[in-house]
Design a protein around this ligand. Structure first.
Ligand code: C2O
Length: 535
């Protein structure tokens, strides 16, 4: 195992896209930010120094941070922000994980420009459990606003409405030639014919699930969220914000130029965002004057594709990488996901859109929950988050019978060490159904089932896949449907769980689990580092 050291300087830099220049927050002046490379078993130190006027905090999305929530990063959950002029060193071990993950700012909407890839290679001398690629490349999908993103959010908050959708989607920070003034802002991946390439695809977009496809080239999915899968070949992938997907691509076509495209899966009836980001797969020696071939990509409302695609995802479940699905459940949780309307005295029309789990809109605390838990500071949060909604109703049917108003609170759920947890995430038709990508910090979970409509405990549970379900850290709860996840609560700490649509996170679609310590030092939260930012 090696020690890997990185320096992240948070700096403001002028960047131009779509005929507009604006200052953006970056790491080391790069957009997207630098890639963290490590091997399974390594220890990584990232010293973050904040030279910007914004508070900062970085999350290592998908890293389990065993007993080490201090390095997890979500502001006010596991740490207070790194203030202007201050530094903090994220110090973590990468244990039992290899594959593609990513890092991003975890405070307000700053992850719009502050994000990058984490590439964890297998241990030295270990091969991938699939054909070894000739080369690999990172493909980071994102969103770009012409205006300052924090201003866009403030404007939305004032109105009590969603802020403007982004002005473009991007591939490695570039919108590609279909967007205005973007000919020179086009990512091109040069390839040789007759080889196998590994693409590490990351959805860093703030608010859109995306389809991704390459003209004339199939992709073989081999890994999701840094867990190997049973390989399957597909023309397009679907990827939700927070998720990663590794695919193998054979460069087996006539040498030429082929578009790669990312565009939103618009599942919610009110979605209007339909802009494609384009990049180019460019065979060596082909001049730029050759017009690239357009890919076929699922239609924005292709729910059928989404369901079929997700149903093909399976853990590899090999002897070396077994799927350790909890078969018995100690704790049953059922959370409804609702959008709604709350009163808002500071908003222009007196109301604002809101979001809730079990009708509770989460209120961010002013000091980190992990500190409050570790030092037993009272009055920061309560542990009375309910295991089920206040009343059962027809979740995906008539919404008006259910209460749209929500209660506010910093309420979390306490989980006994090493208990096995089953959580049903049920979308509801409060305001509108929509697919919500739910992310749990500190863990991977198994997606043992999902479906459309209301979850039926008897018939749906009987159909759970307890053999090789996909294991991941972010699950797309289907539009007007449900997803069932299971995990073993063996990582003590305070772990955030939220919708990875930044819009909904901001509206309160989040909560946290306090996983209690087990016995002795080895099953307890490690002591905090000395340089942890003070609150
Ligand atoms: Cu990728 Cu809590 O976030």
């Amino acid at each position: 195992a090696a020690l890997k050291k990185y320096q992240f300087d948070i700096q403001v830099k002028n960047v131009s896209r779509l005929c507009h220049a604006k200052p953006i927050v970056t790491v080391n002046g790069m957009f997207p930010g630098p890639t963290i490379y490590a091997r399974e078993g390594d220890r990584v130190l990232v010293n973050v120094t904040n030279y910007a006027r914004y508070n900062m905090s970085i999350h290592w999305h998908g890293l389990k941070q065993y007993r080490n929530g201090w390095a997890d990063g979500p502001a006010y959950i596991t740490q207070c922000p790194i203030k202007t002029g201050k530094s903090y060193t994220y110090d973590f071990n990468i244990t039992g994980q290899r594959g593609t993950l990513w890092w991003h700012a975890h405070i307000f909407w700053l992850r719009a420009t502050v994000y990058g890839a984490i590439v964890i290679l297998p241990k030295q001398g270990t091969l991938f459990p699939f054909p070894q690629p000739y080369r690999e490349a990172n493909i980071l999908l994102g969103e770009w606003w012409n205006n300052d993103v924090e201003d866009v959010v403030k404007q939305g908050n004032k109105l009590g409405l969603p802020p403007n959708t982004s002005d473009a989607h991007t591939i490695n920070g570039k919108p590609g030639p279909l967007s205005p003034c973007s000919e020179k802002h086009t990512f091109a991946l040069e390839v040789e014919q007759g080889k196998t390439y590994l693409l590490r695809i990351i959805n860093a977009a703030l608010n859109d699930e995306l389809f991704f496809a390459i003209a004339e080239h199939n992709m073989t999915v081999v890994e999701i969220d840094a867990v190997y899968t049973k390989p399957f070949t597909t023309q397009a992938i679907l990827i939700a914000p927070g998720q990663t997907t590794n695919v193998l691509v054979q460069t087996n076509q006539a040498p030429g130029r082929y578009f790669m495209a990312a565009r939103p899966f618009m599942d919610a009836p009110l979605s209007i965002d339909n802009k494609s980001a384009m990049a180019i797969l460019q065979y060596k020696g082909i001049p730029n004057s050759v017009i690239p071939i357009l890919p076929q990509i699922p239609a924005p409302d292709d729910t059928e594709f989404a369901l079929t695609y997700n149903s093909k995802l399976r853990s590899l479940n090999s002897p070396a990488f077994p799927a350790t699905v909890p078969l018995k459940v100690d704790r049953h949780l059922f959370y409804t996901i609702g959008l709604g309307i709350n009163q808002c005295l500071t908003c222009l029309n007196g109301t604002r859109l809101t979001a809730s789990l079990n009708n509770i809109t989460f209120v961010m605390p002013r000091i980190g929950l992990l500190q409050a838990h570790y030092y037993n500071i009272k009055g920061v949060f309560t542990t009375d988050f309910p295991d089920r909604p206040p009343m059962p109703f027809n979740y995906t049917g008539a919404p008006l019978t259910a209460n749209l108003g929500t209660t506010l609170g910093t309420r979390v759920s306490k989980i006994a060490f090493n208990s096995s947890v089953e959580l049903i995430l049920q979308d509801t038709n409060l305001l509108t159904v929509e697919s919500h990508p739910f992310h749990l910090h500190g863990y991977n979970f198994f997606v043992v089932g999902s479906g459309i409509g209301n979850f039926d405990p008897k018939s749906d549970r009987a159909k759970f896949n307890l053999v090789d379900p996909p294991e991941r850290n972010t699950v797309g709860v289907p539009t007007g449907g449900w997803a069932a996840i299971r995990f073993r609560a063996d990582n003590p700490g305070v772990w955030f769980m939220h919708c990875h649509l930044e819009l909904h996170t901001g509206w309160g679609l989040k909560t946290a689990f306090v996983v209690e310590n087990g016995k002795g030092r080895d099953q307890s939260i490690s002591p905090p580092p000395k340089d942890l930012p003070p609150c």
